[in-house]
Design a protein around this ligand. Structure first.
Ligand code: GDP
Length: 542
């Protein structure tokens, strides 16, 4: 792999900026079953973060509700920390962010993607672009995250590779730039041509894979005959020629701007194409960028090489250790050199934290790092001080643009079976809402709570967690509400509106007023009658 522009630039920098420039922080997006978990495992293997791959086997019934890391952890019996895995490989520091697999967790996934600087899009070679891939792709596009495409399961019968590339171009409006071209698929899968290196990378049959795949051989030479018969070779060479004529050559700049995606074919399960994928991420995926922020109210840009340590919380996870009520806030660093024991301030509350026990997520047999740089993610144990969207910095004056909360799509009333535990329920619900996974609304009238979620599964998970972590048996019931809107406006206008809609008013966990509508039609109706009030589908945390 030739050196990338980013690698060249890194050489001329020093210290903090150089460390940031060698970071590659990325997430994997895919439709369930395309092979994200398997690819994750094999990327960790390729990066030297774990030593041996165990086949990812049958799923437990809870699989849908668990993170992919937990799945790997359970099935392999190793300790992989949740949410992010860091490994140092080939001069680069990779941070692979975990995203939950099921679509009901799209909000959580969205937030994790706000911390990613690049994404790997995994497609099942037989299925192409599936609905969930498309949804996640759109999130990446909103944030201009560059995407590397990995077409997985080439060891199974696949669609015609030209059709797959066409689908990327037409459905995603993205120029596919294949860096490799496959020879066959399924039982006839023989390997791939490195289109830029003019090498052939042979794929060996599953029964012969104990020692890995054979070494690449030059194209054009006689050694190819050991792997391909004449017809296979002709087909592959024709395809490779055609695709190079038909597609634009890979342009790293177009990739960084989100117009082009480099495409690699492979088989995660057979560890084929995975080393190449990691090399492409290392060479071309961007290091963390400058981030827009405000400092004491004035607009500014935070550069990864800036001296002040800054970052934002993109995820809060409770009860990673069932014996402790601790929560871990995941902080994506945006600048500076973070060191263990450092004091950081939360911008919106002014609270100061001594970060004495940050968790850094190295593979099990590595030492914990003592410092971290822009692009890295650190886990900060805390008791509810940190919330999703918080900005942290040494001065406490820096604020990154907030992370949006989405209007939930399902609103249900929650009741606890034992009425004596009502108070306990309130605390538990608040604590779960603070993780940012579900939303909690307290109606102005009445004592019930309304829980909002993006999908039905979230209610099941929540009931489960309330039972296991808080010993609360709860019942979710339909509520009369279908839509929630944050209302924004002058105080007098808000009071006027709220006074006339007392039965439909609620507050969220930050005590911000929310209107609960029975239908989208009703929202439209009230919005017309109260033009001075804004009805927002999402809000940024204050
Ligand atoms: P996820 O839902 O995207 O995390 O998908 P998994 O990684 O759990 O994979 C789904 C299924 O596809 C599992 O049975 C995997 O063993 C299988 N799988 C993943 N990658 C490959 C591959 O490259 N080839 C084949 N034949 N199967 C694969």
């Amino acid at each position: 792999m030739s050196t990338s522009p980013a690698a060249e630039a890194a050489k001329s920098l020093s210290g903090v900026a150089a460390e940031a420039a060698r970071r590659r922080t990325f997430a994997i997006i895919s439709h369930p079953d395309a092979g994200k978990t398997t690819l994750t495992e094999h990327l960790l293997l390729a990066g030297g973060a774990i030593r041996a791959a165990g086949a990812v086997r049958a799923r437990g019934e809870n699989r849908r509700t668990r993170s992919d890391w937990m799945k790997i952890e359970r099935e392999r019996g190793i300790s992989v920390s949740a949410s992010v895995m860091t490994f140092d490989h080939d001069g680069k520091m990779f941070n692979l962010l975990d995203t939950p697999g099921h679509e009901d967790f799209s909000e959580d996934t969205y937030r994790t993607l706000t911390a990613a600087d690049a994404a790997v899009m995994v497609l099942d070679a037989a299925k192409g672009i599936e609905p969930q891939t498309l949804k996640l792709f759109e999130v990446c596009r909103l944030r201009d995250i560059p995407i590397v495409t990995f077409i997985n399961k080439m060891d199974r019968e696949a669609q015609d590779p030209f059709e797959l590339l066409d689908e990327i171009a037409s459905k995603l409006a993205l120029d596919p730039a294949p860096l490799y071209w496959p020879a066959g698929s399924g039982g006839r899968f023989k390997g791939m041509v490195d289109l830029r290196g003019q090498r052939f990378i042979p794929f060996s049959k599953p029964s012969e894979q104990q020692d890995g795949h054979p070494d690449p051989v030059p194209m054009g030479g006689n050694s190819l005959a050991a792997f391909l018969d004449e017809a296979e070779r002709a087909e592959m060479e024709e395809g490779a020629m055609l695709v190079q004529e038909a597609s634009k050559p890979f342009d790293p700049q177009a990739f960084l701007e989100g117009h082009m995606t480099p495409v690699i074919f492979g088989s995660a399960l057979r560890h084929f194409g995975v080393d190449e994928l990691l090399a492409v991420i290392g060479a071309y995926a961007p290091p963390p960028k400058a981030v827009a922020a405000t400092k004491n109210g004035a607009e500014t840009k935070v550069e990864p090489g800036d001296k002040e340590v800054t970052g934002f919380v993109f995820k809060v996870q409770a009860n990673m250790d069932p014996n402790h009520r601790d929560r871990i806030a995941f902080l994506k660093l945006c600048s500076g050199r973070f060191q263990r024991g450092m004091k950081l301030k939360v911008q919106n509350t002014g609270k100061q934290l001594s970060v004495n026990a940050p968790t850094m997520f190295f593979a099990s047999d590595r030492e914990l790092a003592e410092d971290a740089f822009a692009g890295d993610v650190i886990g900060i144990p805390n008791h509810g001080v940190l919330r999703v969207g918080d900005s942290l910095s040494e001065s406490g004056t820096l604020r990154f643009q907030g992370l949006p909360n989405f209007a939930p799509e399902i609103l249900q009333r929650v009741r606890v079976k034992d009425p004596l535990k009502a108070k306990h329920l309130k605390k538990a619900l608040e604590s779960l809402a603070e993780e940012g996974v579900t939303q909690l609304f307290r109606p102005t009238l009445g004592a019930d709570f309304i829980v909002g979620a993006v999908g039905q599964l979230q209610f099941e998970v929540m009931a489960d967690r309330l039972a296991n972590e808080y010993q609360l048996e709860v019942i979710f019931e339909p509520s009369p509400y279908a839509e929630a809107r944050w209302i924004i406006g002058e105080r007098a206008d808000l009071e006027d509106f709220a006074g006339k809609h007392r039965t439909a008013m609620a507050v969220d966990i930050d005590e911000q007023p929310v209107f609960l509508g029975k239908s989208a039609w009703e929202i439209g109706y009230v919005a017309e009658r109260f033009p001075k009030v804004r009805f927002d589908r999402s809000k940024e945390r204050a």
